[in-house]
Design a protein around this ligand. Sequence first.
Ligand code: ATP
Ligand code: MG
Length: 259
Amino acid sequence: MTFGIDVLDAALPRGVPRNSFIILCGDGGTGKSVFLVNIAYTFLKRGEQVIYVALDDGPHSIAALFKTFRIDIDKYISERLFGIIDAFSFRLGPLKKPHPSVIREVNPKNLDQLVHTINDVIDEWKLVNKGLLIIDSLNEIFFQTEMASAFEFVKTIRAIAAKARNILTISSLHTPTQTYQEIAKTLEYMVDGFIELRYEPRLMEIGIPLKQYIIRKMRGVPHHASWVPYVIAEDGIKMADIKKVKELMESKVESEKSK
Ligand SMILES: Nc1ncnc2c1ncn2[C@@H]1O[C@H](COP(=O)(O)OP(=O)(O)OP(=O)(O)O)[C@@H](O)[C@H]1O
Ligand SMILES: [Mg+2]
């Protein structure tokens, strides 16, 4: 099962097993949601359903993100291939605007209810041995509830979606603080796949935000374990120009030597 994104597939020549729970982890703005949206598109194009548990943003913003990549998400919504479990809009009260993608609304403070909702929607949509479940992001879960319950949530979703029903499940996690970096370390052991996104630290020092990812772990398949630079363009996520990256790195090394 490949992701259909060249820059990611290059490091995973055989793709990933469907029964995987994968975490996309990293700094804010590195493109976790962009990766999720583009992976979702691969599934939608193949005619597979995608359920998006939206915790960080409302359905309007998520649909807009698809549209910035010229993905006709409205078509997939009307075909019932794409749906959102809206765990964001409870905050909006009377400001909430309906969106056709929303299958259910939940308040993530009640984790049991969130788990039941995900389980019910998976059943209603008859997702077994196919489809994609996205959770964007786990931060809200860790923020809203006790640490132990949040880890339990991850274990439960992995068990009921990835393992029991063979549904590829991908969650994002941003790591702004030491606490979240520690959470990420613990999660790395619990899940099947772990992909880290970051800005190359040495280039960042000179103000160049080069994005790169590394596959830390992917159970059951071979993977390359080195940092891969990428750029987010209007038509998706692309491999960064390696020659340019090398030149930038060399100029950084030169400037360090001359100090
Ligand atoms: N269509 C597009 N073309 C080019 N760049 C884009 C496009 N859409 C988004 N981006 C860029 O992608 C970057 C990453 O956005 P994204 O929302 O995926 O980050 P994130 O890792 O999910 O962040 P957060 O942790 O805050 O949720 C943004 O800085 C944005 O400028
Ligand atoms: Mg995001």
